[in-house]
Design a binder for this molecule. Structure first.
Ligand SMILES: [Zn+2]
Length: 591
C-alpha cells in the first residue's frame, strides 16, 4: 500500500491525530527532553496505529486512561527514522506515550552559554522538514494537522517560548517551572516550535513583540519596529491575519535559516539585524507564510513550492506595497541569481528542477533548493500577467479562503485555478512549468540594467561615482556584486572595498557576496573572511555557498575541511548534515 506522503511512515487512513499534548521536562545536563506525548484521534479506532519517530527512547505506551498497550519500535530508516506501531484496542480514542529524546535529536540544538548570546544555556527546535519526529512520536506529515498543547518544565530562571498562544507559568516548584502553551488552530507538525533560554521581550505593536537575549533585545526592537506595517500591507493584499499575535524570536547565530515561519512566533537569525533595514524582506517572507504555507499548506514535500513559491510571491507583493516595485524587483533579481546557481548545481538532476517533484527515497532537506522558491515565484508572476492583477488577486483570496487550515496538493491548486480562471493555465503552459525541468525567464527593469552596467564599468576600473554610490541600497549592492565578472584584479577589489566598506559591513548577505567575489578572484583576504563567517554564523544558505566556493578551488579544499572541523559543533544538526553533503566528495582525500 502506498502512503500519501513519501516522508512519513504514518498512515492517515488508520486514524488521524486531532490533538497533540506534549508535557516535557527540558534537561540541559543530559541534553534530552523527557515526558509524555498524548495523541487524541479524530475518531475512535481499533487496530494498528503507525507513528513516526527518530532516535526516541520509548518507555511505555498506554490508552488515554492509562492501560498499557502493545507496541513495537521498528528498525531505523536513515531518512524516515523508526516506525512505532501501536496496537489500538477497540474504540481507542488516543494514546499516551512516555519517552525521551536523544541528545542527537535532529530538530534540536543545545547551546552552551558561550554560544547562546547570554550567560545561560539555550535550546531551540527547527522541525521543518521532517524533524518533529525527533522530539515526539507523531504522524509527521504536513497532511495531518492537529491542535497542539505544550507544557515545558524548564529551569525556573529560564523561560520557554513556543509558537502558540501563551497560557502562563504554573506555580513554581523550586528550581524548575512549567510554562504552558496551546495552538487554537490545527497546524502541521513541522510548525511545532519552541525555545528555552534567557529571553526578554519588547512590545512592537498591539499584536507583536520581539523576544531575544537581554543583550540583543533593544537593538532587535528598534530594527523590527516596522513589523506592524508589514502585517497591515499583507492584510490589505490577502485578507485578515488569522493567528492572533505575531511575535518574533531572535535566535543565536547558529540558527540555520534567515527565518522560520513558526505560527504566531517567527524565528529569526540575528544576522538580519544589520542596521540597514535589510531585515524587512525576510520579515515580509515570514509574515507571508501566515497565509501561504501555514494557512494553506503543502500536503507533502513533493508540493513544497505551494508553500515557498507562494510565500516569495506574497513577500514581493508586500515589498511592492511598502517600498515600491523597483525594490521588489531587486529582490526578484537576487532570487533569479540564486536560481541560476541552483540550476547549474542541479544540471545532472533535472528532475529536481520541477515544481512538482517525486522525493520518494530522498531526504527533503537534501533536495532543498531555490527552485520551489524562485521558479515558483516566476510561475505565479506569469499567471498574474496572463490573468491580470485584479482577477489574479481575487483568485488568491479565493484560494486562501477555500483551503484555509488545510493541506493540499498541486493538483488541488490546478483544479481551483481552472475553475476560477478558465484557460489561464493553458495560456501559461502550466504543466511545463510544474512537471518540466526549469526554464524560467530572466527578470528585467531599468534599475537592474543600470546596476549591471555599473558592475561592468567597475570591473574595468571605473568605479561608481560618489553620487551613484549614495543611491545604491543594500539589496542593490548585492545585485551589483553578483553582476561583477570574475576574476577581478586585486587592485579593483581593493578599490571596491574602499568605496563600499565591504570588509566591515554588518550585512551578512553583502559580506558573503563580497567573499564569493574575492574567492573567485583568488584573493587571500577572501579565505580569511570566509573562515570568520563560517565560524560565526550557521545560516545554511550562506555557509553552504562559501564551502562550495572554497571547494571549487583544489588548493582550498583542505582549508574548507579544516574550518568545518572547527566550526562543526557550532552548527545546528540540519546545517551540519547539508554541509557534509558539500564536503563529502573531498573529505576522503583529506589527511
Ligand atoms: Zn519560506
Amino acid at each position: 500500500m502506498t502512503l500519501p506522503d513519501p516522508h512519513s511512515q504514518a498512515n492517515p487512513q488508520q486514524a488521524k491525530t486531532e490533538r497533540i499534548s506534549l508535557a516535557l521536562r527540558v534537561d540541559f545536563a543530559s541534553r534530552t527532553l523527557q515526558g509524555e506525548a498524548m495523541l487524541e484521534l479524530s475518531q475512535a479506532r481499533e487496530g494498528p496505529l503507525d507513528l513516526d519517530t527518530r532516535d526516541l527512547d520509548i518507555e511505555g505506551v498506554a490508552t488515554l486512561d492509562g492501560r498499557p498497550l502493545r507496541h513495537r519500535l521498528e528498525g531505523r530508516d536513515p531518512i524516515l527514522g523508526s516506525r512505532l506501531r501501536i496496537d489500538l484496542p477497540a474504540r481507542a480514542k488516543g494514546v499516551r506515550i512516555r519517552y525521551a529524546t536523544s541528545p542527537r535529536a535532529s530538530a534540536l540544538q543545545w547551546l552552551d552559554p558561550a554560544n547562546s548570546n547570554s550567560a545561560h544555556p539555550l535550546l531551540y527546535s527547527q522541525c521543518q522538514s521532517i524533524h518533529a519526529r525527533s522530539i515526539a512520536p507523531l504522524q509527521d506529515s504536513p497532511g495531518v494537522r492537529a491542535r497542539v498543547d505544550v507544557r515545558l518544565t524548564v529551569p525556573s530562571h529560564l523561560r520557554a517560548v513556543v509558537a502558540a498562544e501563551a497560557l502562563g507559568r504554573e506555580p513554581s516548584r523550586g528550581a524548575e517551572a512549567t510554562d504552558r502553551f496551546a495552538t487554537p488552530e490545527p497546524i502541521p507538525p513541522h510548525l511545532i516550535a519552541f525555545a528555552v533560554g534567557d529571553f526578554e521581550s519588547r512590545r512592537l505593536s498591539h499584536r507583536s513583540a520581539v523576544w531575544a537575549a537581554p543583550s540583543l533585545v533593544e537593538r532587535a526592537a528598534s530594527e523590527l519596529a516596522g513589523v506592524e506595517n508589514v502585517l497591515q500591507a499583507a492584510e490589505s493584499l490577502f485578507g485578515s491575519y488569522r493567528w492572533g499575535r505575531y511575535d518574533l524570536l531572535v535566535l543565536p547565530p547558529s540558527f540555520p535559516y534567515g527565518g522560520m515561519e513558526n505560527p504566531r512566533l517567527s524565528f529569526l537569525s540575528p544576522s538580519l539585524l544589520s542596521g540597514d533595514g535589510a531585515v524587512v524582506n525576510v520579515i515580509a517572507h515570514e509574515v507571508a507564510h501566515a497565509w501561504t504555507g501555514n494557512l494553506v499548506t503543502n500536503a507533502s514535500a513533493n508540493d513544497f513550492w505551494l508553500n515557498e513559491g507562494f510565500a516569495v510571491y506574497a513577500e514581493r507583493r508586500i515589498l511592492e506595497e511598502l517600498q515600491g516595485p523597483d525594490l521588489a524587483g531587486m529582490h526578484a533579481a537576487i532570487g533569479r541569481h540564486d536560481l541560476e546557481q541552483t540550476l547549474h548545481r542541479l544540471e545532472s538532476r533535472p528532475e529536481l528542477t520541477r515544481l512538482r517533484v517525486q522525493l520518494s527515497g530522498l531526504d527533503p532537506d537534501q533536495a532543498y533548493s531555490s527552485v520551489p522558491y524562485e521558479k515558483g515565484y516566476l510561475f505565479l508572476r506569469r499567471l498574474e500577467e496572463i490573468a491580470g492583477r485584479k482577477a489574479w488577486d481575487a483568485f488568491l483570496r479565493d484560494y486562501l479562503d477555500r483551503f484555509a487550515f488545510r493541506s493540499i496538493t498541486t493538483q488541488a491548486f490546478l483544479e481551483l485555478l481552472e475553475e476560477a480562471l478558465p484557460r489561464v493555465a493553458a495560456s501559461a503552459g502550466v504543466l511545463r512549468w510544474i512537471d518540466g525541468p526549469a526554464d524560467a525567464p530572466d527578470v528585467a527593469s531599468q534599475r537592474l540594467t543600470e546596476l549591471r552596467i555599473l558592475a561592468r564599468r567597475a570591473a574595468a576600473g571605473v568605479l561608481p561615482s560618489p553620487a551613484e554610490r549614495q543611491r545604491i541600497g543594500p539589496a542593490e549592492l548585492v545585485v551589483f556584486l553578483q553582476a561583477l565578472p570574475s576574476p577581478l584584479p586585486a587592485s579593483v577589489c581593493a578599490e571596491l572595498d574602499r568605496a563600499f566598506h565591504l570588509e566591515t559591513t554588518r550585512n551578512l548577505e553583502i559580506r558573503v557576496n563580497w567573499i564569493l567575489v574575492q574567492l573567485r578572484s583568488g584573493l587571500p583576504q577572501g579565505t580569511a573572511a570566509a573562515r570568520e563567517v563560517l565560524l560565526s554564523t550557521g545560516r545554511l544558505r550562506h555557509v553552504r555557498a562559501i564551502y562550495a566556493a572554497l571547494c571549487a578551488h583544489p588548493a582550498l579544499r583542505d582549508f574548507a575541511l579544516q574550518v568545518f572541523a572547527e566550526a562543526r559543533q557550532g552548527y545546528h544538526p540540519i546545517a551540519r548534515a547539508r554541509i557534509e553533503d558539500v564536503l563529502r566528495p573531498w573529505s576522503g582525500q583529506s589527511a
